[in-house]
Design a protein around this ligand. Structure first.
Ligand SMILES: [Zn+2]
Length: 139
């Protein structure tokens, strides 16, 4: 179901709880909401009203992907970026990394399976933005 975006900074500042396999509906709603929005690249579950650690992002081919409990394992190539957020009016300056290794869980046949993957460039940046949302951190 396409959800309305949360813009309340008090709600968005809460640290999200770990996601489980029972949160599949949240992940589905996240993908549906993300792909319904023009120009959106990444969305975290708390932005659609569920304070669980799930993010969805679009890859370079505009294909949606879901990560349960994403964590930054390694980060290289720090740079300063100016980022906007779908939930905020203003843009902010943040430090991002060009090359990252992310640990996350993927839902396969009703169970969460641990994964690790390397990302670079724009995709790396939007995933870092999403991970910040899971921590209750706004740019
Ligand atoms: Zn955001």
């Amino acid at each position: 179901m396409i959800k309305e975006l949360i813009k309340d900074e008090v709600i968005l500042s809460q640290v999200c709880t770990p996601a489980t396999a029972d949160d599949a509906q949240v992940a589905d709603d996240l993908v549906e909401t993300l792909t319904s929005m023009e120009g959106a690249a990444c969305l975290a579950a708390n932005q659609i009203g569920s304070a669980t650690c799930i993010i969805a992002y679009l890859d370079d081919d505009d294909q949606p992907h879901v990560m349960y409990n994403p964590r930054l394992l390694q980060a290289l190539g720090a740079f300063k970026a100016v980022e906007g957020c779908l939930s905020l009016e203003a843009e902010s300056k943040v430090t991002r990394y060009d090359r990252v290794k992310i640990a996350y869980d993927e839902l396969i046949d009703g169970e969460l399976v641990a994964r690790k993957k390397d990302f670079t460039g724009w995709t790396a940046q939007i995933i870092q933005h999403g991970i910040d949302h899971c921590k209750g951190k706004l740019v």
